[in-house]
Design a protein around this ligand. Structure first.
Ligand code: CTP
Ligand code: CA
Length: 224
């Protein structure tokens, strides 16, 4: 049994993970989205399941699939649906990891009919979506809360302020400065920053290996 605990250190733990983009409807045939593939979140789900955790994977639109019996996929489309799904599961989990690329803005009004082509110029009024991760930070009790940050300037300082704003235990800063890292790529270069602002830079590696690094942080948290 001690051996099983060693191999499956997250057995009995429940982990909520968000993944993929969100699509914000403009009209019945159009949306605002982004290029997130969902791969980072799916890889994190796989790593967590490999360590024995039961995973709820709230996933925006993606072609990715998982067959693992420890991973329950909850498919959503919009930021509001992702918010609702996360709040349905959060009270019951030990860890939440927000890897989704949630739209920051959505159309204020969604046209019921397909919008017809007309004037030479056309604009859509947008309003903020809810910040899912910040809302989980507000209500967290014992959950270990991990967020991501994508920055193009003042990376470390901006990531630190996200830790405080969203009440995170750990943030995974994605470096876009590296050619091999990020959206649509099989690799990622990350920096961990914890709630005490200790900074740990990692090498460029596959998203699977990055996912394992993230889960190692979760294991270390419960080993304390
Ligand atoms: N996030 C979220 N809900 C949102 C926006 C972001 O849960 N509506 C989460 C992301 O999943 C990520 C973290 O918040 O874990 C940071 O996302 P990011 O886009 O880097 O930061 P924002 O707070 O949206 O700020 P900005 O885009 O202006 O840098
Ligand atoms: Ca954002």
């Amino acid at each position: 049994e001690a051996d099983l605990e060693h191999k499956l250190p997250l057995k009995g733990k429940k982990i909520l993970i968000t993944a993929g983009p969100t699509y914000e409807a403009i009209d019945p045939v159009r949306f605002i989205g982004n290029h997130s593939s969902g791969k980072m979140g799916f890889d994190i789900a796989q790593s967590a399941a490999n360590l024995g955790a039961s995973v709820v994977l709230v996933a925006g639109p993606t072609h990715l699939k998982t067959e693992n019996h420890l991973v329950k996929v909850v498919p959503v489309i919009s930021a509001q649906e992702m918010y609702d799904a996360c709040h349905q599961y959060f009270a019951n989990v030990d860890v939440a990891i927000a890897a989704a690329a949630v739209a920051d803005y959505k159309p204020k009004n969604v046209s019921i009919q397909k919008i017809k082509k007309g004037a030479d110029e056309f604009s859509i009024e947008l309003e903020k979506t809810k910040d899912i991760l910040a809302s989980l930070g507000e209500i967290k009790t014992n959950q270990f809360l991990i967020g991501f940050a994508l920055e193009t300037e003042n990376e470390i300082d901006n990531a630190k302020s996200k830790i405080q704003k969203k009440k995170l235990d750990l943030i995974v800063l994605n470096s876009l400065q590296d050619e091999g890292a990020g959206f649509g790529k099989p690799t990622n270069k990350i920096t961990f920053i914890d709630k005490n602002f200790s900074v740990e830079q990692m090498d460029l590696k596959s998203k699977e290996a990055v996912a394992d690094d993230i889960l190692n942080k979760v294991v270390a948290h419960f080993a304390k």
